[in-house]
Ligand binder design. Sequence first.
Ligand code: ZN
Length: 339
Amino acid sequence: MFPTTVAGSMPKPSWLAEPDKLWAPWRLAGKDLEAGKLDATLLAIKLQEDSGIDIVSDGEQARQHFVHGFLESVAGIDFAHKVEMGIRNNRYKAMVPTVTGQLRLKGRVHQMEARHARAHTKRKLKMTLPGPMTISDTIADAHYGDKVKMAMAFAKLLNQEARALEADGVDVIQFDEPAFNVFMHEVKDWGIEALHRAIDGLKCTTAVHICYGYGIKANIDWKQSLGGEWRQYEEIFPALAKSRVNQVSVECRNARVPLKLLALLEGKDVLVGVIDVATDEIETPEQVAAVIGEAMKFVAKERIIACTNCGMAPMRRDIAAAKLKALGAGAALARKKYA
Ligand code: ZN
């Protein structure tokens, strides 16, 4: 009962990349960088294992950013001429690359770290990929002329990599779709269809992560603007409940999401976010167990997996480590309390 996992990313060691930031520049190059990424992957797994995390991730140590880590392996994109684009419905302005031709994978995207992780842990292994809607919202288009068409093209490539990750021995493949909380109508119109194409033919467990973003300023400001109750999930959960995705990862700790909305995910495993990634305050095991107890009112307990609210990439490393420990200890406490 109450297995534990993480949304995906963990902070990188300071010898690998500049600490405490998103898009952190690498501090190594060439062969040293490739070796460093694998060493950091091992450390991320060890830290999760020691903290009592049951379904471990590679910590996304081998990629600079959750979207661009994938795009780097895609041909048909012009990275040299970046254009400014408002993303997540203009919540941020970002300099983004442009799709200029037919999209295709140049090769494997995450083979190296997935195989390395698989070789060094006996626990269940999860790998994450960006979702097709979120990718399409993070890149300019000068080729397809249609956002949906472009998203479907990305979904096909994601499926190609996902199938290969499954063959590498990955147990859970998760698609990160923060855009699902922003374009709720599009989720129903084509977002879930795109996700279905991305998971097509997979036999491993599939998951989608939808959140209110990392603890960076633009997200914290956006959250302030959302009012007392965050009901975005209400619009998309019924459609997700009908989808073929097995698990849904959502933010619960310190979120203004009414937890009763989780009842709309009937039939899905719910990755309940019990660790806030937007604050440096370390949760106590009692606080973690309390969120699990709240979620149990709306989700069958055998369907609850305790998780972080979102990725921990931009966080201080010692704080992330303490939060992982709290996650493991809190789930253990919940098992005792609610058995
Ligand atoms: Zn997230």
